[in-house]
Design a protein around this ligand. Sequence first.
Ligand SMILES: [Zn+2]
Length: 208
Amino acid sequence: MACQMCDVLVEIPELGAGEQAECTACGAVLSARSTFGTGLSLACALASLFMLALAYVYPFLTLESRGLTHKLSLVTLPDTMLEFGRPEIAVSIVLLTLVFPTILTLLNMSVLIPFHFGMKAPGYVIPVLRWSHHLTHWSMVDVFVIGVLASLTKIISLADITLGIGFWSYMAFALLGLVSLWHFDRSPLWHWAKPHRRHGEHKAGAPG
Ligand SMILES: [Zn+2]
């Protein structure tokens, strides 16, 4: 692979648990294997989906001001945005905080499950790894969390806020998703799927 810092081409050997590969030219970390293996990434991915489901079922927060109570939930949030004439924000919220993170988690799980249980690499592993890599940039759960926390600090002076189960579930979903991605090491997965890739390279006439 090419080092993202200095573009030097390096071949990364198969790493053991807790080991990391560094660029021979600039010392940047190219790949690191989690001490916990893929099990932690898989467990966190599964738990994060469960938390996301809870976040959509239970109320997110309740606002109380001058005797008026307003309940907000993730399901009604896009509707509220549409009512305020902001369809682009409604669509962005649904895509970036629900659709993309869910697809990303499901894609990662579809690769992690056969890998973790020592099965033969299914043919879909390489395209799934590519799509998962692209989607990582479009899953903006962390941005949404920071946005919500920043808005809360403003609203807190105007209304009484009660944080609901949905809020805490979404925070747990964000945290578990982050840990899962952190430990989602692509390098051993590429090595595992290598027979399929080599076949393609041979067809293309590349050496090795
Ligand atoms: Zn480098």
